[in-house]
Design a protein around this ligand. Sequence first.
Ligand SMILES: [Zn+2]
Ligand SMILES: [Zn+2]
Length: 122
Amino acid sequence: MTGRNTKTKRALLAALNSSNIPMSVSELVKKLHVNKTTIYRELASFIEEGSISEVDFSDGQKRYELTPDGHHHHAVCMDCKAVVELEIEPIIKKLEQNVIKQSGFMLRKHQIEFFGVCRDCA
Ligand SMILES: [Zn+2]
Ligand SMILES: [Zn+2]
């Protein structure tokens, strides 16, 4: 691994760590001053090892966040874009068993986010 790559990896992890909501690639490009291709390449290797997860808040761009303890789900405010991390993975696991039963599929991933209006915006 070259020194330059290590620096980008560290900067990427630091940027995601300092943000309290998942970041898009364009936000990461702005923050790190490196090109998209580099960001995607670095993200791909972290995603493969599981320390970063991709999330989709249905707003046309994928977002990324640190997930050292495994991925999790979110509630997203449709007004102010506030994001709350949920602890519902055990329930989701049960849901998956039901999905496997109904579909006979080998599941690889699931993508479940919740959208509404937060207390401040209600
Ligand atoms: Zn809100
Ligand atoms: Zn999950």
